[in-house]
Design a protein around this ligand. Structure first.
Ligand SMILES: [Cu+2]
Length: 68
């Protein structure tokens, strides 16, 4: 299924790259796209993925995230 997150605090390609790397480190997630301008991450995942964990992990990187 496709998921969308709202992610605050990304100011440049470096930030979006960090977030992208983090999300891609989850093997159950694919097709990760980060939209810096719209503060959005879109990706595909199966239902084994805990969105709470993903959201918390991104937030702990310094980019407050929430599910859209
Ligand atoms: Cu940055």
């Amino acid at each position: 299924m496709e998921k969308k997150l709202n992610i605050e605090g990304m100011t440049c390609m470096h930030c979006s790259g960090r977030v992208q790397k983090y999300i891609e480190s989850n093997n159950a997630i694919s097709n990760v796209t980060i939209d810096l301008e719209n503060k959005e991450a879109v990706f595909s995942c199966d239902d084994t993925v805990s969105m709470d964990t993903v959201v918390k992990g991104i937030t702990e990187l310094g980019y407050p995230a929430k599910e859209k």
